[in-house]
Design a protein around this ligand. Structure first.
Ligand code: ADP
Length: 512
């Protein structure tokens, strides 16, 4: 067995990546799928399309597998019909967009409606109602999460209440609920296994972080019949075998974790106090807090990281507009033609000229949680150019992440030693230097940036003995580049003070 296949089911595309024993990428395939916006603030996916694209990229990836030398010296040709290709795969690991909610019929496998995506805001008023009724404290204590439409519970409740006939079908035990991990496992096993892993379960608002089980009081509060729920399994372990018809042979499914948790594992942040920040559309920072959940004093989420034998918990902070701020420079302002251009443009000026961009286009996440904040650009003068705006945009990504990092350091009660980074925008050296400067710690970029898929591969590979243990995977992690802080503490304080002033102007804007 030469490979582990990671299925990385993201918000905008499905990807499949083959890793070899050294943790290197051998083949990768990606396919986008439709984003559905039926009403303002609503975001949906067709779950069947999510499954179809995920299966297609897995099959293509197997076809792209390097040919295997056979005994007579010729090369076997890989094809789906040729099970010789797929039988080189020791296990499959799944990682996925989190919180997105699917409800389907156990008999037919048909979803009762489109999946409601994590970004969907349709249940915001329901959350406000529950908050007004005084439930937020209890929910936070049990789940480690804030009461927000981001998580699955109110989305599932909406499907049960609003799709005709669905609640009665659920009460009769005919329907199955799952986040995307569970939906993929169901389909990969031909409907034989209905299971989710602890890290995905911990994003539903229905899961008790302390007992590691579905919580009866929460099920009652959100009116969820227990019959729809998947079994909860660890993140690493052989849970199921794929239906042999799909990939040529039956392959064990042996790893599962939500995308940010998988990335934290892929960055081998396996000791308490180790943290990573992923710079994608948004920025997600997770820190390992060890074997106990830490209740945040600074508006961070407390969540399950993963479960091997034991559970590791994490604190998490989310920035909604990370790399998406650069997309806005490209698509909204048209001041760059591609994201790659932003670094050169920003470096054409020595500083932002005291321009601050607060990219609160969809409100602010950690630590502000202000859904009414809106984007603002401050400090412009007649001398301001698009280069200053580009520089301010990069600074805004780093400054928002610096705020999350500071909140995390306070909660952790220990000075964080360094920040590991990944995601598309972490390729930007200027941005990484800004992060080191504003956070005051070294920022470390690894050689393999596919950390989300790698984390899922590690979880699966450890379960089947492909890797001997965590010591082996820790030794695979290699530094590409280390960025040391390069400004004085005084300059850092001055910069953060200006940023806080800009933030204050943007907060609460959409509220009359
Ligand atoms: P996701 O997984 O959320 O789709 P990726 O990890 O693929 O995100 O990263 C893509 C994001 O990174 C986009 O928002 C893009 O604007 C941003 N990005 C890509 N390259 C750069 C760059 N060189 N500098 C800054 N941002 C970049």
């Amino acid at each position: 067995m030469r490979y582990i296949l990671a299925l990385d089911q993201g918000t905008t595309s499905s990807r499949a990546i083959l890793f070899d024993h050294a943790g290197q990428v051998v083949a990768a395939c990606q396919q986008e799928f439709r984003q559905l916006f039926p009403q303002p603030g609503w975001v949906e996916h067709d779950a069947l399309e999510v499954w179809a694209t995920q299966l297609a990229v897995a099959q293509k990836c197997i076809q792209k597998m390097p040919p295997r030398r056979v005994l007579n010296g010729s090369y076997a040709i890989n094809s789906i019909a040729n099970s010789a290709a797929a039988d080189q795969i020791a296990a499959i690991g799944i990682t996925n967009q989190r919180e997105t909610t699917v409800l389907w019929d156990r008999q037919t496998g048909q979803p009762v409606a489109h999946a409601i995506v994590w970004q969907d805001r349709r249940t915001a008023s329901r959350c406000e109602q529950l908050r007004a009724e005084g439930h937020a404290g209890m929910i936070q204590q049990k789940t480690g999460l804030v009461l927000d439409a981001y998580f699955s519970a109110t989305k599932l409740e909406w499907l049960l209440n609003e799709v005709p006939g669905v609640r009665a079908r659920a009460e009769r035990g005919e329907l199955a609920f799952g986040t995307i991990d569970a939906w993929l496992v169901w389909n990969l096993t031909g409907g034989r296994v209905h299971a989710t892993d602890v890290s995905n379960a911990s994003r539903t608002l229905l899961f008790n972080l302390h007992t590691l089980q579905w919580d009866d009081a929460l099920l009652e509060l959100f009116n969820i019949p227990a019959s729809v729920l998947p079994a909860i399994v660890p993140s690493s372990g052989v849970f199921a075998q794929t239906d042999a018809a799909l990939l040529g042979v039956a392959i064990p499914i042996a790893g599962m974790a939500g995308d940010q948790q998988a990335a934290t594992f892929g960055q081998v942040c396996l000791q308490p106090g180790m943290a990573k920040n992923t710079y994608g559309t948004g920025c997600f920072m997770l820190m390992n807090t060890g074997s106990q959940p830490v209740a945040s004093q600074n508006e961070l989420l407390s969540t399950v990281g993963w479960q091997l034998d034991k559970v590791a918990y994490c604190l998490e902070g989310s920035v909604f507009m990370g790399g998406a701020t650069i997309q806005w420079l490209r698509d909204g302002l048209s001041i760059i033609a591609s994201a790659n251009e932003v670094q050169a443009l920003a470096q054409s000026v020595p500083d932002s000229g005291d321009v601050y961009l607060v990219p609160a286009f969809t409100g602010l996440g950690t630590p502000h949680w202000d859904p009414y904040a809106r984007g603002a650009m401050l400090g412009m003068t007649r001398g301001t150019t698009r280069a200053h705006i580009a520089r301010a945009a990069l600074e805004a990504i780093a400054l928002q992440s610096a705020d999350v990092f500071a909140a995390m350091s306070q909660d952790a009660g220990l000075g964080l030693q360094e920040l590991r980074v990944d995601g598309g925008a972490s390729a930007n050296d200027l941005l990484m230097q800004m992060q080191a400067d504003f956070s005051g710690v070294p920022v470390v970029r690894p050689q393999v940036l596919e950390t989300t898929a790698l984390g899922a591969a590690y979880l699966a590979g450890l379960a089947v003995g492909f890797w001997s243990g965590v010591i082996e995977i820790v030794s695979q992690w290699q530094v590409d580049r280390r960025f040391e802080p390069n400004i004085s503490p005084d300059d850092r304080s001055a910069k953060l003070a200006r940023w806080r002033k800009a933030l204050a102007r943007a907060k609460d804007w959409a509220q009359d």
